[in-house]
Design a protein around this ligand. Structure first.
Ligand SMILES: Cc1cc2nc3c(=O)[nH]c(=O)nc-3n(C[C@H](O)[C@H](O)[C@H](O)COP(=O)(O)OP(=O)(O)OC[C@H]3O[C@@H](n4cnc5c(N)ncnc54)[C@H](O)[C@@H]3O)c2cc1C
Length: 428
């Protein structure tokens, strides 16, 4: 019987298992996942952009310390494909207004950004900055680029390398894995069993003691069960009357080859030391993620109103090309007309695991020995190391988690009773 059972070998479950072993080397940890290997959920579907640029102080701490950790891993031990190419918000009047609030908050937190002139951007990115007067721009409700907001402490990482790093490191420390094992139920038992059939009764103090797998086997944990099942967390916990306060929302990505004029965009000079395009965010939250090793952009959009909170297809959601052609392309091609001539050569989809304030949810409900760690709200890759540290500290009964940067954070800061205030304003 392991001390800790972790459900989910996504980036959060992996980082949690790793940090439990670092903090408590003698503890035994078993990670269970329904897929055949680590990261098969949303982690590998991520576009893996990273930014130390958030308006909520705790959110910022999580991202900043995780990125610093990844940076030293990347520079010293393990190639994570990390490139701090920056985030570039290409703002029309409306997006700039929306961003202003966030920028003010960000400034208060001492975050750096640079404002870039549209003329400079047109040249550096080989793009159209003037779209007003075009029928499509009018119809969509977007305007000329007023300014570029370049955030330098940001960029991209390779999600599969990060998954591999945590998986290998956790294994190296003795964490065990059970793949191809779907958890169907969380098992409850009374703290003081009486040996009467039907326990636990409503008046008995109960705790979560383990999990039941789809094949009927039961796996017990001596100390805690940690559910880090990403978007699927609420499915498991709601069965025993525990809220994860998160719901899944579909997100889609389309890979487009950056040839000809778009190659000039991808190889944009002077915007960062790498000579690569930053991660670009256009009006209406259309984004273009540079993928230099593939010579392409991954293009997506964080649409909000209208898409339901639900799993559309299981276990492998698919991107809908119509969403690209009718939803993304009309906006993106206004600013980057070269996109008009290219059809995506690949596409995929996953889910954001969204919490109401867009902060992670980490807590132990009803002192049940169940720890929940989810709610990454579309930014779990960039915060996973810190989330893993806090979840591990909570599972081990510590009061505070220590981040890589040395800052300490209460383990209940992302729980319910003492949750930090202030919804995140810079969500993509
Ligand atoms: C299209 C897209 C783009 C994104 N872009 C970014 C980005 O640019 N930057 C960023 O930081 N983040 C991004 N994200 C978000 C990021 O991918 C997630 O925040 C992160 O991967 C969440 O990690 P996780 O470990 O919580 O979940 P997951 O990686 O989904 O892991 C959960 C694991 O639990 C397992 N599981 C679930 N239920 C069960 C069960 N019943 N039994 C056994 N196993 C189970 C699953 O198989 C899965 O492996 C993006 C996400 C998507 C979908």
């Amino acid at each position: 019987m392991p001390d800790y059972v972790v459900v989910g070998s996504g980036i959060v479950g992996l980082a949690t298992a790793f940090h439990i072993k670092l903090l408590s080397p003698n503890a035994s940890v078993l990670v269970i996942d329904r897929f055949g290997g680590p990261g098969g959920g949303d982690s590998a579907r991520s576009v893996a952009a990273i930014r130390a640029f958030f308006t909520n102080r705790v959110n910022l701490m999580l991202a900043h310390s995780s990125i610093e950790y990844y940076r030293q891993v990347h520079e010293r031990y393990y190639d994570l494909g990390m490139r701090l190419v920056g985030y570039l918000f290409l703002t029309d009047k409306r997006l700039f207004e929306l961003l202003k609030d966030g920028l003010r908050e960000a400034e208060k937190l001492g975050l750096e950004y640079r404002l870039l002139d549209p003329g400079y951007l047109a040249e550096a990115l080989n793009m159209n900055v003037k779209v007003e007067g075009k029928e499509e721009a009018e119809m969509i409700g977007v305007g000329d680029i007023e300014a570029g907001v370049l955030v330098p402490r940001a960029g991209v990482i390779r999600a599969e390398r990060l998954i591999e790093y945590y998986y290998k490191s956790a294994r190296g420390l003795g964490v065990e894995f059970s793949f191809g094992s779907e958890v169907k139920d969380l098992l409850l038992a009374p703290r003081r069993p009486l040996g009467i059939e039907g326990e636990p009764f409503p008046w008995q103090d109960a705790r979560v003691v383990g999990v039941r797998l789809a094949d009927g086997r039961e796996v017990f944990a001596r100390k805690k069960v940690i559910v880090a099942a990403g978007s699927w967390t609420w499915r498991l916990t709601s069965k025993i009357g525990v809220e994860s306060f998160t719901r899944p929302k579909k997100r889609q990505v389309f890979a487009v080859k950056a040839t000809d004029g778009l190659a000039r965009t991808l190889r944009a000079k002077h915007l960062n030391p790498h000579g690569i395009s930053p991660f670009i965010i256009l009006p209406k939250k259309v984004y273009m993620r540079p993928v230099i090793e593939e010579g392409s952009f991954w293009v997506g959009m964080s649409d909000e109103l209208g898409r339901p909170y639900e799993f559309s297809e299981e276990p492998d959601p698919k991107a809908d090309v119509d969403f690209y052609v009718k939803g993304i392309l009309p906006i993106a091609s206004l600013y980057f007309p070269e996109l008009q001539q290219r059809y995506p050569h690949a596409s995929w989809a996953g889910y954001y695991d969204i919490s109401p304030d867009k902060l992670p949810v980490i807590y132990e409900p009803y002192e049940s020995d169940l720890v929940i760690s989810c709610g990454t709200s579309g930014s779990g890759i960039m915060k996973a190391d810190a989330i893993g540290r806090i979840t591990a500290a909570l599972a081990l009964g510590m009061e505070e988690g220590e981040l890589f940067t040395g800052e300490r954070i209460r383990v209940d800061a992302l729980g319910l009773k003492n949750r930090v205030s202030g919804a995140e304003k810079l969500v993509l």
